[in-house]
Design a protein around this ligand. Structure first.
Ligand code: ATP
Length: 250
C-alpha cells in the first residue's frame, strides 16, 4: 500500500507572468502531492492549469517560488529526478509515420529501458493496443493516439505521472476503461498522479483530492466529499459553476 503521508512533490508560492502577457498567469500557488495519490487540477479556461503543469514539468521557469520533487530541488537539479517522472498530453505529437509498436520501441530506446520488448508487449496488452500494434499512428483515431501517449509515458514506470486533460478526446467507454486502469496502476505501484481536466464527472470518479484554480490562484482545495459537504453542493459540477460565478471578475 502506498504511504499517502509521504510527500513526493512540494511546490511553494509558484508564480508566473509572461513577458508578453498583461496579467498574472499564476499568482503564488502552493501545493503538495503524496505518494499513491490522485490529485486533479480543475479550473475555467485561462485559470493557469497548463502554466502550473508546465512549471511542475520544468518546461517553464517560474518567476518566484520553490519546487521540490522526490526530495530534489526540481528547479535547479531536475536532471537528477527526470527519469522518475513522466508526462502525457494530447498536445504532444508522436511520430505519425511510425507504427504503434515502433513508437513504443523508439521511446524505449530514448528512455534507455532494459528488457524493452517485454515492457512494450506488456504495455500494449494493458492498453488494449496489441491488435493495432502494426498500424501507423497517422491512421489512428484521436482516442487511440491519446491512449498511446499515456502508454508511452508509463513505459518508464514513473513514480509521478503528469497528465494534461488525459480523457478530453476519449469517448465515455474508453475514458472509463482508462480511469479504471490508472486507478489500478496507482493502487498496485504507489505511483502518484497529477492531472488537469475539464470533466467534473470524471474528476469526481478518479481523484482523491482536487485543487480548483481561478485567475492563477487556488480558490478551493480538498477531498471531494469534504468540499461538497462544506459548500453544500450536490456535485462537483455545481460547485465549480457556483465558484466560477462568484468570482466572475477573473
Ligand atoms: N505563452 C504564453 N504567453 C503569454 N500568455 C500566456 C502564455 N501561456 C498562457 N498565457 C496566459 O496565462 C493565463 C493562464 O493560461 P493557462 O494556459 O495556464 O490556463 P489554463 O487553465 O490551462 O486554460 P485552458 O483551460 O484554456 O487550457 C492565460 O491568461 C493565458 O492567456
Amino acid at each position: 500500500m502506498p504511504d499517502k503521508t509521504e510527500r513526493v512533490l512540494e511546490a511553494r508560492n509558484l508564480s508566473k507572468t509572461f513577458l508578453n502577457g498583461s496579467k498574472i498567469a499564476l499568482g503564488g500557488v502552493s501545493l503538495d502531492l503524496y505518494r499513491g495519490e490522485i490529485l486533479s487540477i480543475v479550473g475555467p479556461n485561462g485559470a493557469g492549469k497548463s502554466t502550473l503543469i508546465q512549471i511542475l514539468l520544468g518546461l517553464l521557469h517560474p518567476n518566484t517560488g520553490s519546487l521540490n520533487i522526490l526530495g530534489v530541488d526540481a528547479i535547479r537539479h531536475r536532471r537528477l529526478i527526470a527519469h522518475r517522472i513522466n508526462y502525457a498530453s494530447t498536445d504532444l505529437s508522436l511520430p505519425y509515420s511510425l507504427t504503434v509498436f515502433e513508437n513504443l520501441k523508439v521511446y524505449s530506446f530514448i528512455y534507455n529501458l532494459a528488457d524493452w520488448r517485454t515492457k512494450v508487449d506488456s504495455i500494449l496488452s494493458d492498453f488494449g493496443l496489441s491488435e493495432i500494434a502494426s498500424r501507423r499512428v497517422g491512421s489512428l483515431s484521436t482516442g487511440q493516439v491519446a491512449k498511446l501517449g499515456i502508454a508511452k509515458a508509463l513505459l518508464t514506470e514513473p513514480e509521478i505521472l503528469f497528465l494534461d486533460e488525459p480523457t478530453a478526446t476519449l469517448d465515455p467507454e474508453v475514458s472509463g476503461h482508462l480511469r479504471e486502469f490508472l486507478r489500478k496502476r496507482v493502487l498496485d505501484t504507489g505511483m502518484s498522479l497529477l492531472y488537469t481536466s475539464h470533466n467534473m464527472r470524471e474528476v469526481e470518479r478518479l481523484s482523491d483530492r482536487i485543487i480548483l484554480l481561478g485567475g492563477g490562484k487556488i480558490i478551493k482545495e480538498g477531498m471531494i466529499g469534504d468540499l461538497l459537504k462544506s459548500n453544500s453542493a450536490a456535485d462537483l459540477e455545481s460547485l465549480f459553476l457556483d465558484t466560477v460565478k462568484k468570482t466572475a471578475s477573473w
